[in-house]
Design a protein around this ligand. Structure first.
Ligand SMILES: *Cc1c(COP(=O)(O)O)cnc(C)c1O
Ligand SMILES: [Zn+2]
Length: 437
């Protein structure tokens, strides 16, 4: 936990939170900033409402740059009331100008937002959890929890450990070993549920009603989801305080996608960047693509599906923010596409071989969709395009096992090495011949 020094507290004292209320996205009803995520009148989702009018003058590019090297440099845009937020160094991940992947795809200005190296647990979920647990502590929760497809459990367990909060997390029982270990190491209570994510989520809603726990993506969801806005802020700042022309991001519940949009809008509203029409394109795995299907069929509602894909971290069959994601793709002239598991594996390998970035299945999905959109002429080569890589490949090793070759095992002798080198060159030639036929 970050200890706030007196000097720091004094210098930021005048910067009270700009968060004003929870507001229903459907009917506009307003509620206090408490642990609640559904409107009592229409059951619509609640979202944090701010008053940024004071920020137009007090927050500048310079004041942000003088802040912490983490998401908390944007704290005036986040729903925490005090400066006692949990700062574990989350955010400010690299925005890499792509050379080799861009050339391979035929794009002139491609950037990779690399949350595969986000702190502390190597996925974008550390952003949403840092915000949710900071707010949970302000609201007086001592036990925190979540329904997770894997990464969220890792983040919640790690950041709860750091903050000294009790933690009980729920996952589907068929997750990758790296995701299970990546939670257990922090010693939470880990519930592996027989069922898919949507069933885990339903169970957690019941637990949230019977135990007084803070579920980061259920009763604390309005705060949690605001953390994803930092993926928009950072890209704008890292592009030199400019918005890109086109973004491509993965969709699970659809929350991250809609919050990048909200983040860009807010920066325009307070005058930090100039307005621009940014196109929003989304990526799903074919084995769980209810949002892509709704987009394709021009529906304004989601038909829930049963997930069946290697991209487990984005396998949500009944996505809470699906309709809002479809709406944003439509009104920004973007697209939502899906790709097969084979294409996802190719996507993981393509990013690794061209950029030296090892992403998990969600990132493979996004790269594969990027490729598909370029090939279909749905991304202009001249557009400044940002592709969001949201998780780390070391957590989903099973997905690429058997597709990446094997090491040459040799004796510690020069001639053994020379023989293996000759064999590797023969293999390369064979591969090239296969490419040529
Ligand atoms: C959770 C997750 C997403 C997408 O999350 P949303 O529910 O759409 O906000 C994307 N990538 C990874 C790696 C994730 O863990
Ligand atoms: Zn409502």
């Amino acid at each position: 936990m970050t200890q706030v020094s007196t000097a720091q507290a004094a210098s930021t004292a005048q910067l009270a939170s700009t968060a004003k209320a929870l507001k229903c996205k459907e009917c506009g009803a307003e509620y206090e900033l408490k642990a609640q995520h559904v409107c009592e009148l229409c059951f619509g989702p609640l979202e944090v409402k701010y008053d940024f009018s004071s920020l137009r003058f007090s927050v500048t590019r310079e004041s942000i740059q003088a802040g912490p090297n983490s998401i908390w440099r944007y704290r005036q845009f986040l729903p925490v009331a005090t400066d006692n937020y949990i700062d574990v160094g989350t955010g400010m991940t690299p925005l890499v100008r792509s050379q080799r992947l861009a050339r391979r795809l035929g794009l002139k200005k491609l950037y990779i937002k690399n949350d595969a190296v986000n702190m502390p647990t190597l996925s974008f979920k550390d952003r949403v959890v840092s915000v949710a647990l900071s707010r949970a502590r302000e609201l007086g929760f001592t036990t925190v929890s979540c329904a997770s497809t894997g990464n969220l459990a890792n983040s919640t367990a790690a950041i709860a450990a750091h903050a000294g909060l009790d933690c009980c997390v729920f996952i589907p029982s068929d997750l990758e070993a790296g995701k299970v270990l990546g939670s257990l190491i922090y010693s939470p209570t880990l519930m592996a549920v027989h069922g898919n994510y949507d069933q885990v989520n339903r169970l957690c809603s019941e637990v949230a009603n019977t135990h007084g726990w803070g579920f980061v993506n259920i009763n604390l969801r309005p705060y949690y989801s605001e953390g994803s806005k930092t993926l928009g802020y950072e890209v704008a700042e890292q592009l030199g305080w400019e918005l890109p022309d086109h973004i491509v991001a993965p969709l699970a519940s659809g929350s991250l996608f809609t919050k990048i949009y909200k983040g860009f809008k807010e920066f325009v509203e307070v005058g930090l960047v100039e307005d621009k029409k940014v196109r929003f394109s989304g990526a799903q795995a074919e084995g769980c693509s209810p949002i892509a299907e709704a987009f394709r069929e021009k529906r304004d509602f989601i038909k829930p599906v049963k997930p069946n894909t290697i991209a487990k971290s984005i396998a949500i069959g009944n996505p809470a923010d699906g309709v809002y994601a479809v709406d944003i793709a439509n009104k920004t002239n973007g697209n939502i596409e899906s790709v097969t598991d084979a294409e996802i594996i190719e996507g993981i390998k393509l990013l690794a071989e061209t950029e030296g970035i090892f992403t998990e299945t969600a990132g493979g999905t996004t790269v594969a969709v990027l490729k598909k959109l370029v090939e279909a002429g749905k991304i202009d080569p001249d557009e400044t395009t940002v592709v969001y890589i949201t998780g780390n490949g070391l957590k989903t090793q099973e997905a690429v096992q058997g597709y990446i070759g094997e090491p040459f095992t040799i004796e510690a002798k020069l001639d053994s090495f020379e023989q293996a080198l000759e064999r590797s060159r023969t293999l390369d030639r064979l591969e090239w011949q296969q490419v040529l036929v």
